[in-house]
Design a protein around this ligand. Sequence first.
Ligand code: ADP
Length: 399
Amino acid sequence: MGEAIVVLNAGSSSIKFSLFAARGEELSLSLRGQIEGLYTAPHFVAKAPDGRQKAEKSWGEGTKLGHEGALEHLVAYLRGELAGDQLAGVGHRVVHGGMQYTRPVRVDAAVVKALEKFVPLAPLHQPHNLAPIRLLLERQPALPQVACFDTSFHRSNPDLAQRFALPERLHREGVQRYGFHGLSYEYITSVLPKYDARAAAGKTVVLHLGNGSSMCAIDAGRGVASTMGFTAVDGLPMGTRCGALDPGVVLYLMDQHGMHARAIEKLIYQESGLLGVSGISSDMRTLLASAEPRARLAVDLYLYRIRRELGSLAAALGGLDAIVFTAGIGENSAEIRARVLRDAAWLGAELDAAANEKGGPRIGAASSRVSAWAIPTNEELMIARHTRSLLATTKETVS
Ligand code: ADP
């Protein structure tokens, strides 16, 4: 009998889950899936690591299963799938750990209370991330839970990188640059030595390009700067988020369009980015396949901002040894990778076109001064690893 770890990533309308089995030092994925449409038309699906469907269930249109009902279903299903393993604990993806949580934490009622303080900093995500934690604490208090944060990786940033040029009182109140996608950057950092020892010990920019996109400067394994700031709307344009925006635009929208916070929030989080510029889609595949000038414009703008941020992050690092692409677009789009690397020729990056078309992992030419890689990220595995190691070190205190 071995140990199993469940990883949960709860959003506003879905809960994604993975089940890992501990085999010696290794953690292997047993299955993954999600329940979507929690408040509209709930649909549950679980798949084996090879993509084979293992289970499915639909609730009728209009069923409000909610986080609570979904969690009940999931826990019952996952317990049935343990195959003799003991459920050691549940690891949760939590978007915000503030300045306080520089690493994952074992959750109890006091920690939940502390994490609730960050709801105003991430109102669209934090409450949903906390919902299953609270429910499990109530229903299954003996089940160990660990919270892993998207912000923690960036706490090694120098103080200057975490500041806005605002009055000190706002800085103290928590108006600071936090950075996100930290679990992805941490995973890439953990595997980079296997690919490129020089990059792992040197200066690397990782591009996490998915629906949410950001870039992170990493020096000898430590995050030093990120394109995302106070919230995950900053930095690069994304599927539906605008990225960095002159705050004067927000004032203009309030003054001239009479827009209030919620309307501006909807505009900059859901109606902008690739979708807003193209007017066609937030999906990079659709835009790359389209001949519409506005689709091309959206892709061009995305790449232009990446090019500028790359220069900025290289400046923060004081040099550059490697560029790493990850997440949906970074892992799968040879075209985007090629264009980013061509734009980065001035930094010493040289593309190996054939290797890039094949998907890497090495996509830079052998002669390239700056190496280039496409490496799949694995945030769930990172959470499972953290959960396992944290529970191992706190086992004495577990009843
Ligand atoms: P999330 O941030 O939601 O986890 P993903 O990391 O899955 O998102 O990335 C989703 C994005 O990846 C979408 O824009 C999708 O179009 C893009 N993508 C996936 N495969 C490809 C591909 N082959 N070429 C271009 N873009 C792709």
